[in-house]
Structures are given as structure tokens and as C-alpha cells.
Design a protein around this ligand. Structure first.
Ligand SMILES: Cc1cc2nc3c(=O)[nH]c(=O)nc-3n(C[C@H](O)[C@H](O)[C@H](O)COP(=O)(O)OP(=O)(O)OC[C@H]3O[C@@H](n4cnc5c(N)ncnc54)[C@H](O)[C@@H]3O)c2cc1C
Length: 473
């Protein structure tokens, strides 16, 4: 059967990357015809590509060849792999088939992997692949569309979505501050307080976590920031910095006092353990998700290399053992303000015929992009078949991603008028927390330092059980 002979109208998927390929597969697997529109193609005048893609293969991995940890028990991305395998993921199946040795990680032969995804989609009788750019909003008679055009969405489509959404920015030079797991912050050093004890809309006057520094600590920190290795940008990433969104190390280079008068200003805050001594500088962390498990470093957008970030930021009192849910970065990106724009089935509230998937929704990473593609594909197919499909529960990694992009993040504005919503990799901080177990399944006491690991395993077991229940409902 081809899409032309099916009695059902096709769903249109725009973008044949990690998310779009998975979405198309899920739609076709549900018995619904799908047209996949991918702009990368070879023309007589030369190849058409994005700034980062080198081939016309579907699901091309633009940088690393790794889908990260495959450990479902103790690693959130490994858990996401396990959930996706249970839902017949094309991306995971092709990855498993083209795996290369990489310890506990799922790494692949990128060409073999992309060729496999392309072949499987081309061979599916319900899939039609059209090599063309959709250079604006899709035609009105496309009533069920998945937009999965990724961080390098072509400008014509990005502009059209921008107009439709009425949001201030869509494609921009993205400055990202690191995010830290609450349970890795030393609360014997830190304290909760809002500047001048100012109450927020919810009446909370202690909304921030504060980390104090004395003069010597501040001076050493500024030295380390300036000396730390910085990531280089590709040519196409040379975009001017936003005012009020400068990388922290660029601020430090502008003068040794700049940070003390900027994001690290100590005014309006009193350390309850030492109320008579004024801190020389204070780092503030702001709650990042509704569960309160993740906290972002306010004003700490950075282009320090990842290894250097962990080292330098752990110099901050209270962060000696900090675990980062994500590190900071600066790169060109395209994503929508999903918490405001999307409903729980990833549909645009203003234009419900459009669904979003992949990095555009504000998830980050190959696996997370494919995961939202998997869900968007299932939602789109269910719609076409006249069925209702709820998102998986938030206790699953898949559900937690939907929760993060459509509601879990605490909305707020950061300096420069940008929304504080930032792309996020999957991590256990996005799932509702559980108590760390004190004894194992065998009844034996678990040593204190191993309880965090045991908790992750419990959360993974809960996730897979809840996913199975959702699948069978
Ligand atoms: C430079 C760079 C490096 C990255 N490196 C990594 C990494 O190492 N590991 C990792 O996990 N994540 C990485 N990411 C982040 C992200 O995971 C990947 O970009 C991932 O591919 C996103 O999946 P996606 O499906 O949303 O977008 P993509 O995989 O980029 O797919 C989008 C597709 O849409 C097509 N398209 C765009 N506009 C149109 C249009 N108007 N009409 C038709 N087709 C269109 C594109 O050609 C592309 O094929 C990187 C991102 C960038 C920008």
C-alpha cells in the first residue's frame, strides 16, 4: 500500500532528523500514511544541507556518534533507551543494529545507522519521502503536521513559526547557565533567602539558594574563570551576545569587580550562620523545575569547556560535590517557548494542527529529540485514527520530558527579556523523587554512599512498570 492508496489522509512530518524520522516511523507503524519532508538533498547545482549536516541521510548525527549511557538502572538516558525500545523505536533499533564498542555507552557507526533509518523508512509502504524545504507555514489542507526541523530549522520556516507564536525570539544565540541537582548542594553552607526578603507571586520570600564567598575565595574564582579553557565557535555561530546575557567569564574579563556588581552581588542577603559578617560576593541558584529538584546558577551562562566548568564551579562554597544536570553553553539554537505554546500532546495551542517534536520543543540531545518524535508520532497517529492518547505518566522518562517542556519548568524571565525556559537533557531530577532506600531487596543495609544509586534504580523500576501500565491501558 502507498500513502496514495490508503483511505486515510496522510500526516505530514517536516524534518527527517532524529525526531522526524522516529515520528514518521511511529505514524506508519500505527497504520497511518505519512509524508516526510526533508530539505537536505542533492541538486544539480550542488548539495543542500544545514550548517551542521554533511549528508542527505535521514537521522544524521551532526556531532558525536553516541547515544550516551545504555544503563537503564542507574542512568536516566539509559532508562529512556529502555522505554523507547519497549515502544518499537526505529532510532533505538537501528542504533542497536549498528552499535560500535563504547563501554557502557550506546555508540554507533553513524553512516551505517543513518543508512539503516533511511532504508527502513524508504521501504515502509505507508511512508513517502519528499526532498523539499517547507519554506513557511504548511498549506492549510495539511490538517495534521509534526514539525521536527531541529536546532537549525531553515530561516523561512523559523520566521513563519515566530510570526504565528508571537514570541519574541525563536532562533538565537543561546546562552545557557548550568543546572545543579539539589541533593548535591551543601545546605550546611548555603541558605535560602530572596534578595531583601522580597516575596514572590507565591508568597515565598526564600526562593533562592545562596552561596557566600569571602574576598580570597572570590579572587581565586575570578582567576579560574579567566584562565579556564573556552569553547571555540564555528563560523556560523558568530552572533553578537545579548546585552544582559554575557558569558560569566566575559564579564570577569571586563574587570575584577564586575561580577560583584552583577550576578554575584552580595546586597540584600544575610548569611544566617554569620549574620554580622557581610559576604564579599554571593552566587544565587534559582529553582528550575516544579519538583524543586533542579536549580540553575543565576547569570552563569558560560562558554567555558565542560570539564573546566565542573572544576571551576565546584570552587564555589557549597558546590564542592555539585552534580550538574546540565552544563552551560553558548550556541545557535532554535526552540519554542513550549511551556506556553504547547499542550500535553505537543500540539500548538494556537494552531492545533501543528505538533512539535525534537530539539525545537526544548529538549536537548539525540535521544531526547527522538523520544519526543516517538510521542508526537503516536499522538498524531491517534488523532488521525480518532483515538485519544494521553502522555505517559511523569514517573517515566518519556512522560518526564513531556512534563518538562509543557509545564514542569518554572517560568520566569531572565535579564534581556528572554524566557528562562532552556533545553534540557533527560535526568532523574525531572522525575518525581523517591526516598533513598536504606536496605536492599535482600534486607541488607545499604551503605550511605550507595543509597543515591539505589534510589536511581528504584526510580527506573517504577518508570518501566508505569510505562508498561500506560502501554497496556
Ligand atoms: C552543531 C550541533 C551539534 C550537536 N551535537 C550533539 C551531540 O553530539 N549529541 C547530542 O546528543 N546532541 C547534539 N546536538 C543537539 C541535538 O541533539 C541534535 O541537534 C539533534 O539532531 C536534534 O534532533 P532534531 O530531530 O530535533 O533535529 P535534527 O536532527 O537537526 O533534524 C532536523 C531536520 O530538519 C531538516 N529541516 C530543517 N528545516 C527544514 C525545513 N524548513 N523543511 C524541511 N526540512 C527541514 C533538517 O535538514 C534536519 O534534517 C547538537 C546540535 C547542534 C546544532
Amino acid at each position: 500500500m502507498s500513502t496514495q492508496t490508503s483511505p486515510l489522509k496522510p500526516v505530514h512530518v517536516i524534518g527527517g532528523g532524529l525526531a522526524g524520522s522516529e515520528a514518521a516511523w511511529q505514524i506508519a507503524s500505527a497504520g497511518v500514511p505519512v509524508v516526510l519532508h526533508e530539505m537536505r538533498r542533492d541538486e544539480p547545482s550542488g548539495p543542500v544541507r544545514t550548517e551542521a549536516h554533511h549528508t542527505d541521510g535521514l537521522a544524521e548525527m551532526v556531532c558525536s556518534n553516541s547515544f550516551r549511557s545504555d544503563d537503564w538502572q542507574f542512568n536516566a538516558v539509559g532508562l529512556l533507551h529502555a522505554e523507547m525500545r519497549r515502544l518499537d523505536s526505529l532510532i533505538l533499533s537501528a542504533a542497536d543494529q549498528h552499535q560500535v564498542p563504547a563501554g557502557g555507552a550506546l555508540a554507533v557507526d553513524r553512516d551505517g545507522f543513518s543508512a539503516e533509518v533511511t532504508r527502513r523508512l524508504q521501504a515502509h509502504p505507508l511512508v513517502t519521502i519528499q526532498r523539499e524545504e517547507i519554506a513557511g507555514l504548511p498549506p492549510e489542507d495539511w490538517d495534521n503536521v509534526v514539525v521536527a526541523t531541529g536546532p537549525l530549522t531553515s530561516p523561512a520556516l523559523a520566521d513563519a513559526i515566530l510570526d504565528l507564536s508571537g514570541e519574541g525570539q525563536l532562533s538565537f544565540f543561546d546562552a545557557i547557565a548550568p543546572i545543579i541537582h539539589l541533593d548535591s548542594i551543601d545546605m550546611d553552607v548555603a541558605w535560602r533567602q530572596s534578595r531583601y526578603d522580597k516575596e514572590g507571586p507565591g508568597g515565598d520570600a526564600a526562593a533562592y539558594i545562596n552561596l557566600p564567598m569571602n574576598k580570597a575565595e572570590y579572587e581565586a574564582f575570578v582567576d579560574a574563570l579567566i584562565a579556564g579553557p573556552k569553547a571555540e565557535f564555528k563560523d556560523w555561530e558568530h552572533v553578537p551576545y545579548f546585552d544582559g546575557c554575557l558569558p560569566i567569564e566575559v564579564m570577569a574579563e571586563r574587570g575584577r569587580e564586575t561580577l560583584r556588581h552583577g550576578p554575584m552581588k552580595p546586597v540584600g542577603l544575610t548569611n544566617p550562620r554569620d549574620p554580622l559578617v557581610k559576604s564579599y560576593a554571593i552566587v544565587q541558584l534559582r529553582q528550575d523545575n516544579a519538583l524543586g529538584t533542579l536549580w540553575n546558577m543565576v547569570g552563569f551562562q558560560t562558554k567555558l569547556k565542560h570539564g573546566a566548568q565542573a572544576e571551576v564551579f565546584r570552587m564555589i562554597p557549597g558546590l564542592k560535590d555539585a552534580q550538574f544536570a546540565r552544563l552551560g553553553g553558548l550556541h545557535r539554537n532554535t526552540f519554542i517557548n513550549s511551556p506556553r505554546l504547547l499542550d500535553r500532546s505537543l500540539r500548538m495551542k494556537l494552531a492545533p494542527r501543528l505538533r512539535f517534536a525534537g530539539q525545537m520543543t526544548g529538549v536537548e540531545g539525540y535521544v531526547e529529540s527522538a523520544a519526543t518524535g516517538l510521542l508526537a508520532g503516536r499522538f498524531a497517529a491517534a488523532d488521525r485514527l480518532g483515538q485519544t492518547l494521553e502522555a505517559p505518566p511523569a514517573t517515566t522518562a518519556l512522560g518526564a520530558l513531556v512534563e518538562h517542556v509543557t509545564g514542569g519548568h518554572i517560568p520566569g524571565e531572565i535579564e534581556g527579556g528572554k524566557t528562562s525556559f532552556q533545553p534540557m537533557n533527560i535526568n532523574y531530577g525531572l522525575l518525581p523523587p523517591m526516598e533513598a532506600p536504606k536496605t536492599g531487596e535482600d534486607g541488607v543495609k545499604i551503605p550511605l554512599k550507595e543509597r543515591g544509586r539505589a534510589k536511581k534504580r528504584l526510580m527506573s523500576l517504577r518508570a518501566l512498570a508505569d510505562l508498561d501500565a500506560w502501554r497496556q491501558a
